[in-house]
Design a protein around this ligand. Structure first.
Ligand SMILES: [Zn+2]
Length: 114
């Protein structure tokens, strides 16, 4: 498996209309964030409105959410499941590695190194 090369990643921002906060999002390409969300849906981590809102983001993007939907998405999906930094090396965890990081809180490079 090819490990993440940091220069491949670019930063874009998820703007929350509800509270004007800005969350940095790292992605090797635009589909990888959606790929992570699909893994959450497939693993049945999400319930009720959070599940429906996440499916909407997968298919229509964050821009399609209302302010109220964004607040739910932030509170029930981003906050509990997104690990911003690896507990071991401190590097930002890329989206393709994010699903396993829910349990490990570590990037793939650190898991392989152990
Ligand atoms: Zn690490």
């Amino acid at each position: 498996m090819r490990l993440s090369s940091r220069e491949l990643f670019f930063v874009y921002y998820f703007h929350s209309k509800s509270d004007h906060s800005v969350m940095p999002v790292i992605s090797p390409h635009p589909d990888s964030f959606a790929g992570f969300l699909q893994e959450l849906v497939d693993a049945r981590y999400l319930e009720g409105s959070a599940n429906g809102i996440t499916k909407q983001v997968i298919h229509q993007g964050c821009e399609s959410l209302t302010g109220a939907q964004e607040a739910v998405f932030q509170r029930e999906v981003i906050d509990p499941y997104v690990r911003k930094k690896c507990d071991c090396c401190g590097n930002t965890i890329p989206w393709p590695e994010m699903f396993q990081a829910i349990r490990t809180s570590r990037c793939l490079a650190c898991i392989i190194r152990d």
